[in-house]
Design a protein around this ligand. Structure first.
Ligand code: GP9
Ligand code: MN
Length: 649
């Protein structure tokens, strides 16, 4: 009996002890080291995301506007979602996992920041296809880095030290967050994050996301954008049905049926002549007929050529993230490039109804010339698909003039002409290289062209590089004359895309003497288009608004070629008031208004007045519809099925 009482007393005591241990255990369930680490992770990652938003100027100065508020809330909610996922996956080593994820996010944000400074868009998953190009753009990357980018790395050593200290401390005190407690917290956090993200998403103008992914970044933040991009990539590549349905086919046939047929002006004036197209790297329109402070013409040879040519001075470049390759695609196929990624990489297996094929059908030899690796932009695969018989690439040239990426333009033109069999009609497509960003290659360090106060700036470097490209073109035109080609060849020269990137807009606007604003910026996104040849008017300027997509239909009319599935228009048979250009981001420029997709606003061209949606909405829809048609054609390889009645394929 005594023993029992004694035992009970003992039990009571141990119960009490157990009870107090339990109390302490609840307290023990909270690992304060981990909470500190989570806070640090949240602040670090949020800082990096906002650094990008600020640096890209997508969200202005990050003032407290409705859009910025949404972006901030969504960014933090995505960070919480990442934390929740890590907590659910990792039973042990969560802090290490957070640290590793932070490093990965740092690399991503840094890459996005640099990429954005040049391309004005963040990285996409489909760039994986283009990863081989990174080595070649090393100079551009160095040039695009800023000292302030080091801020993105500043937290990593601090986090590493804290991580080491915490793990040493933890080994001593054996503090482990209770499993059930961790699950409850993680699931609650995940649910809260998803709810918040969905709510914010619902409040944004998400219908524009299809046209311009910068909108996703602007309104939902960089991390959400990457989730969105990955989701779209999976959808595009693995989930969407690439089979052309009968509805799609009917829609396309209806579209081409309704498309306005071109007029008869200049029809066939260059029929049977040779065709030479020169796509000049980064030839932006503002240099044409413009002088430096010292009074020197920047492009004297092109200016001279204009006197013997028709000059289209209102042509917008329409590239997406495929850059040079997109410009090539636009001019040779008259389709829009893809919303994401280069079609050269994504769909080189498609059937194309192209300019080279139209000429091949007429007995022409077709050549593509470019003094870079043939695999760059996946050109060798794509050139076969669009119908070039020969692709002359870097290994075919003698490197007797070295500039930047390789062979200089002057030698490139000279050597290229030697590859052409001039006994047969030919189409030669030449893509230059020397005037590539960042324009400051060693060759140009001693290049004599006085750029005055712009010496040492991106603009100054560009003026030198494009002056060199112009001199190479001048020499090329002389050679065409010497070889008796100048008078029986249709010569088309245009630029592929911008030279001056948005982060250097100040230099550009100072140079052209205009005030910077969003409308004026868009108006500068133009390239010259020059057409010289038999039957072409001399010293003629046509200001009809158009784009690179209009090059093939315009040539098709001049050379009397079949072009039944083009999305562009014939610029020589389009009235000025019917001109327009649709940019790949959904921005539209017409004779009447400019719709800036990133702002989802339209402005009257003549007055700059902001227009109400009713004034432009339905017209805008018809322009945007072209992007849809183009996407169906490209994604579903539609020309394979709808061009049966034509000779090309
Ligand atoms: C590379 C050249 C440049 O071959 O076409 O490409 P970009 O970097 O301008 O897209
Ligand atoms: Mn280019």
């Amino acid at each position: 009996m005594l023993n029992t009482i004694a035992l009970n007393k003992k039990n009571n005591k141990s119960d009490r002890i157990n009870h107090s241990v339990k109390k302490i255990n609840i307290f023990n369930s909270i690992d304060f080291g981990e909470i500190l680490f989570l806070l640090l992770f949240t602040v670090s990652v949020a800082f990096k995301c906002f650094y990008f938003q600020y640096d890209s100027r997508l969200n202005g100065n990050l003032e407290f506007t409705e859009i910025n508020k949404n972006m901030i809330i969504s960014s933090i909610a995505v960070i919480f979602a990442i934390i929740a996922i890590i907590s659910l996956i990792f039973f042990k080593g969560r802090k290490t996992a957070l640290f590793v994820v932070n490093i990965l996010i740092t690399i991503l944000v840094l890459a996005d920041t640099i990429y954005f400074r040049y391309y004005y868009s963040a990285m996409t998953v489909s760039l994986i296809y283009q990863v081989g190009l990174v080595g070649s753009i090393g100079d551009s990357i160095k040039d695009l880095l800023n000292k302030s980018d080091l801020l993105l790395l500043a937290d990593l050593p601090v986090m590493l030290i804290i991580l080491i200290c915490l793990s040493k401390y933890q080994r001593k005190v054996q503090k482990v967050t209770k499993f059930s407690f961790r699950i409850i917290i993680s699931v609650t956090l995940a649910a809260f994050s998803i709810f918040t993200i969905k709510t914010v998403y619902g409040k944004t103008d998400n219908d524009i996301y299809n046209y311009d992914t910068n909108h996703v970044i602007k309104q939902m933040g960089l991390l959400y954008y990457h989730y969105y991009d990955a989701r779209e990539f999976v959808k595009d590549n693995y989930l969407i049905d690439r089979n052309l349905t009968s509805d799609d086919k009917a829609e396309l046939e209806q579209f081409f049926e309704n498309k306005k047929k071109t007029g008869e002006n200049f029809k066939g004036v260059a029929e049977g002549k040779n065709l030479i197209i020169v796509q000049v790297e980064a030839l932006q329109h503002f240099v044409i007929n413009r002088k430096t402070e010292a009074g020197a013409e920047i492009t004297p040879n092109l200016n001279k050529l204009l006197k013997e040519s028709t000059y289209f001075d209102n042509i917008y470049f329409q590239i997406g993230s495929g850059n040079t390759s997109d410009a090539e695609f636009l001019s040779n196929n008259s389709l829009y490039p893809l919303r994401d990624g280069s079609i050269y990489f994504r769909y080189p297996g498609n059937t194309f109804f192209s300019l080279p094929k139209a000429l091949k059908a007429k007995g022409y030899n077709t050549y593509a010339f470019h003094a870079n690796n043939s695999s760059f932009w996946n050109r060798s695969a794509m050139y076969q698909a669009v119908g070039f018989d020969y692709f002359i690439s870097n290994r075919d040239y003698v490197l007797d003039e070295y500039i930047g990426w390789g062979l200089g333009d002057t030698s490139f033109f000279r050597q290229s002409l030697d590859f052409i069999d001039k006994t047969k009609p030919f189409y030669s497509f030449l893509i230059t290289l020397s005037s590539h960003h960042p324009f400051n290659f060693e060759y140009f360090q001693t290049y004599e062209f006085d750029v005055g106060k712009y010496e040492g700036t991106l603009l100054g470097d560009y003026l030198k590089a494009i002056n060199y490209a112009d001199s190479a073109l001048g020499r090329f035109i002389e050679m065409l004359k010497e070889q008796g080609l100048y008078d029986n060849t249709l010569l088309v020269i245009y630029g592929d895309h911008q030279a001056i990137i948005k982060s250097h807009s100040e230099e550009l606007f100072d140079f052209i003497g205009e005030e910077y604003n969003e409308i004026n910026w868009i108006k500068e996104q133009k390239v010259p288009l020059i057409i010289h040849g038999p039957g072409i008017e001399n010293d003629k300027v046509i200001s009809t608004i158009g784009g690179e997509i209009d090059i093939y239909p315009t040539i098709a009319n001049l050379m009397n070629l079949e072009a039944p599935f083009v999305l562009g228009k014939d610029l020589l048979n389009t009235a000025p008031e019917e001109g327009y250009a649709v940019l790949r981001d959904g921005t539209v420029i017409t004779d009447n208004f400019i719709y800036i997709c990133s702002m989802d606003k339209a402005f009257e061209l003549s007055t700059g007045r902001e227009m109400s949606q009713e004034e432009y909405k339905s017209e805008l829809e018809t322009y945007h519809y072209e992007l849809r048609i183009s996407d169906i054609i490209n994604q579903k390889d539609a020309l394979k099925y709808i061009n049966k009645n034509y000779k090309q394929n």
